[in-house]
Design a protein around this ligand. Structure first.
Ligand code: SPQ
Length: 426
């Protein structure tokens, strides 16, 4: 539980948000199947990425993790061995779905389990195509829900057309494709984050892109690399919103990843009228990074939908908080995917923000928020969802009295020093 008090003198200063969660997971997994050593700098030591490390250690890979520095001693695909223990993914959907893609081609049996939230998230979006490729997978609800049991082996490439724009689906199938017969391709309805494609290329893999279709040839090996992980724009988003809505604020966020498949939050802030600047733009390891400067701004409501949604899907909880301070109506649509995240994020955002007095209503595929409104203090609950916990804490910075966030420990999944950072800016 954490209590957040109204910020009286603004949020001012510089912070370095933790490493990108998506990139940290991938660096460990790709290092584990690569030949040779992979060293990772700027790794996110949050609970989700630590689950990935623990799973690959159980698969026989030597991994040494010291804070944000990690060394993975890869022995190629065949370096993975049948685990004697259950692989526990904790709260992490990324670990579950990407690891299943890797396990699909390994000639052994394993069992994958997670926490109560993972137990509700749909896995058939990856288990069905992986079965089509030849993996034997079973589990509750016909292989849709954990615990899942998987026996990999000889797999063949497929041309898969995904109904959802999901980087986890795309990555899982492509990873299986790397060790399958022939070519594997994935076509998605809109472009989802492309860290897998970029990092596979950095590890020496040939990846082809043609519009919304990405393909790999089977039989490809990876070579260990040095990976520098940029700051996570999904974590930076909480401070971008805080900087825009807390009076008298000016925040500099150092070294944040600005991969265009992730920068929907920047586009929305600009569309709403926020004063935001990118500085020191450069490229690290095939990923663009920059410092982002944000100051208190006059905001207006806007419409958010269509192909921007995959580019800001994890930021919607905090965009809802932003919208409570914008003049007029903000409409978020085409965001049904929110229903299958750590919580049903349409329901949890709406129920928790209503407790603070927000004018917000759920729709079938998103939400409608009217602002500006003075939020009230109250007790809210993260429901075990890190992004709901952090969004509510940011709302607490502008509420007229303190906001108590129950189950705030969930925040450690992606941002272990979140509250220290809020305090350091006051
Ligand atoms: O790993 P997990 O639990 O799925 O994490 C979330 C998050 O909010 O941190 C979603 F709940 O991020 C996903 C993101 O929504 C991370 C991710 C990735 O690293 O590939 C891709 C997105 O999910 P999806 O289902 O659209 O592929």
């Amino acid at each position: 539980m954490n209590k957040v008090e109204k910020v009286t003198a603004g949020l001012n200063g510089t912070i370095k948000v933790p490493g990108d969660k998506s990139i940290s997971h991938r660096a460990v997994m790709f290092g584990a199947i690569a030949n040779g050593t992979t060293t990772i700098e700027g790794f996110l030591p949050g609970e989700d990425c630590l689950s990935t490390i623990a799973c690959f250690q159980k698969l026989g890979v030597h991994i040494d993790a010291q804070g944000d520095k990690v060394k993975v001693d890869g022995n190629g695909w065949s370096g993975l061995t049948e685990p004697t223990e259950i692989l526990d993914v904790g709260n992490s959907g990324t670990t579950t779905r990407l690891m299943l893609g890797i396990l699909a081609t390994r000639p052994f049996h394993s069992v994958v389990i997670g926490d109560a939230s993972i137990g509700k998230r749909p896995m058939s979006r990856v288990t069905n195509p992986l079965r089509e490729m030849g993996a034997l997978i079973d589990g509750r609800n016909n292989g849709n829900l954990t615990p899942l049991s998987i026996r990999g082996g000889t797999t063949r490439g497929i041309a898969y057309s995904s109904k959802v724009a999901s980087a986890q689906v795309k990555s899982s199938i492509l990873l299986a494709g790397l060790q399958s017969e022939g070519v594997t391709s994935v076509t998605e309805p809109e472009l989802s984050r492309d860290h897998t494609e970029r990092m596979l290329q950095a590890f020496g893999v040939e990846v082809e892109r043609d519009g919304l279709t990405v393909s790999v040839k089977g039989g490809q090996e990876l070579t260990g690399q040095h990976v520098i992980v940029p700051g996570d724009i999904s974590s930076a988003a909480f401070f971008l919103v805080a900087g825009a809505i807390v009076p008298n604020s000016h925040i500099v966020l150092k070294n944040v990843g600005i991969n265009p498949t992730r920068t929907g939050i920047i586009d929305v802030l600009r569309k709403m009228g926020a004063s935001l600047e990118l500085m020191n733009e450069k490229e690290t390891n095939g990923e663009p990074v920059a410092d982002i400067v944000i100051s208190t701004s006059e905001l207006k409501g806007c419409e958010i939908g269509g192909d921007i949604i995959p580019r800001l899907i994890d930021e919607i909880p905090v965009i809802a908080v932003l919208a409570t301070q914008a003049q007029g109506k903000t409409v978020i649509r085409d965001a049904e995917e929110l229903k299958v995240k750590e919580t049903n994020r349409i329901d949890t955002v709406v129920s928790e923000l209503k407790k603070l007095g927000a004018k917000i209503e759920a729709t079938d595929d998103g939400m409608v928020i009217e602002g500006p409104i003075q939020l009230n203090g109250n007790t809210v609950n993260s429901h075990g969802d890190h992004r709901i916990g952090m969004a509510m804490a940011i709302a607490g910075c502008i509420a007229n009295s303190s906001v108590t966030v129950e189950k705030s420990e969930a925040i450690a999944v992606s941002y272990p020093n979140f509250f220290e950072h809020i305090n350091s800016l006051q």
